[in-house]
Design a protein around this ligand. Structure first.
Ligand code: BGC
Length: 417
């Protein structure tokens, strides 16, 4: 047994050496990390690669959730000129793997023992047909609320734990003359809020609706209630919400113009970049009613099929750098996310980061960890986009009530499959 394992390692190391012996070329990286906090995190990666003499060619495509980036990627692949490495989410990775477009990172993964340290929920999106096809750099989660501490104090000081308490705090903030809910009216942001709303009605409901895509649940009474809650939340945004970028909504909370934002923990990257401290300047809570549960998404770097040994060497070296535990700590402290490995200490993380890591472990151990619908980890893009359409229409008042929106959702998801 021991001998066999030893042999496997020796072969893997030899294979890795033969790939890395070629001189690594620059990597061209397609990503959507364009906000202040995201750019700061990206710099941690760029600088790390620079120390390994891997040059960086930047291909940024703005737009949270990565829809625009995925459109740009499709165009590059169709033109026969894919970038070396691509930031990608969940089902998109598996879709490209099924098209046989991705390179194979199994040699590096085996040599470095990724199987033992990457949580199974992430591996489900990093592997295809038993091969490693992407390197996960983080775990984000979407069921968070970011609150301005002074605004919360002025609204009674108690962080809401239930839907009713949340509505009471939003009402108090409104009465205090600020915008209660900072929000950007873009489909992916509306859907990000809806992840929390749906999870707030129970783990079983979230799973049946968004993971199992049960038509009766998608069109049922609980979904009608979820939409009624979303419609209620839409009454707390300001008049200029439409089209606003998510980081500008974060800025409204940072400067006290607004009370709270419902957003994934990349928002924390903006607070940290602005020099704000959790517990002093801002408060991070799970979306009321979702304590102990997590809707996650993981940014991974998929490597596209390339010809030259130099390009392959660069891909292997970049994947290896991303998976380094010291790098994972440094990067995720800035990004707002948790590490994608279970063996990274939490010492360098602030209180919200420590909570993110603890919540992930708890949720993982109690079957309360679910892929985010808004960020491509619950269902393939066709279904996700169908959900986006209905959620955005509901947020913007297109349906008479939640029941009408739920009926539309069931129809749209059925048509998308
Ligand atoms: C990504 C994050 C990113 C956010 C906003 C999410 O889909 O996972 O890394 O910060 O979009 O751009």
């Amino acid at each position: 047994m021991r001998g066999f394992f030893g042999l496997k390692l020796t072969v893997a190391a030899a294979l890795l050496a033969s790939t890395t012996m070629a001189v690594a070329e620059d990597v061209e990286v397609l990503h959507w990390w364009t906000s202040g906090g995201e750019a700061a995190a990206l710099n941690v990666l760029k600088e790390d690669l620079a120390t390994k003499s891997i040059g960086w060619v930047d291909m940024p495509v703005a737009g949270g959730g990565g829809e625009a980036a995925m459109t740009a990627l499709r165009a590059r692949v169709t033109a026969g000129n894919p970038p070396t490495a691509v930031q990608m989410l969940g089902f998109d990775i598996l879709d490209w793997a099924a098209e046989d477009a991705l390179g194979d990172l199994t040699t590096v993964a085996a040599a470095e023992g990724w199987d033992a340290v990457v949580p199974a929920a992430l591996q489900g999106f990093s592997k295809h047909d038993g091969k490693w096809i992407a390197a996960p750099v983080n775990v984000h989660s979407t069921n968070w609320v970011w609150m301005n501490k002074a605004a919360l104090d002025a609204a009674g000081g108690k962080a809401p734990e239930t839907w009713e308490e949340l509505v009471a705090v939003l009402d108090a903030m409104k009465a205090n003359g600020i915008t209660p809910l900072a929000h950007g009216g873009q489909a992916w942001q509306d859907a990000t809020v809806f992840d929390g709303v749906v999870l707030g009605l129970g783990n079983d409901f979230y799973k049946a609706a968004f993971i199992d895509l049960d038509p009766a649940v998608l069109g049922g009474d609980q979904m009608a209630e979820a939409f009624n809650r979303l419609i209620k939340l839409s009454t707390y945004v300001d008049a200029n919400f439409s089209g606003r970028d998510w980081n500008l909504a974060s800025a409204m909370v940072i400067n006290g113009e607004a009370g709270m934002q419902m957003m994934g923990d990349w928002a924390k990257g903006e607070f940290v970049k602005a020099g704000k401290v959790p517990g002093t300047d801002f408060v991070c809570i799970r979306f009321p009613g979702t304590q102990g549960s997590v809707t996650f998404n993981s940014d991974q770097f998929a490597m596209f099929g390339v010809e030259s040994d130099g390009a392959k060497a660069a891909q292997g070296a970049m994947a290896s750098a991303i998976m380094n535990p010291t790098f994972q700590s440094a990067f995720n402290v800035v990004k707002g996310s948790a590490p994608a490995r279970t063996d990274v200490p939490n010492d360098a993380f602030d209180d919200c980061g420590k909570k993110a890591m603890a919540d992930l472990a708890t949720a993982n151990d109690s079957n309360s960890l679910f892929g985010s619908m808004a960020h491509g980890h619950a269902a393939p893009a066709s279904v996700k986009n169908a959900v986006y359409d209905v959620v955005t229409a509901a947020f913007n008042g297109s349906y008479v009530d939640g029941a009408a929106a739920a009926a539309a959702l069931a129809t749209a998801v059925a048509a998308a499959q």
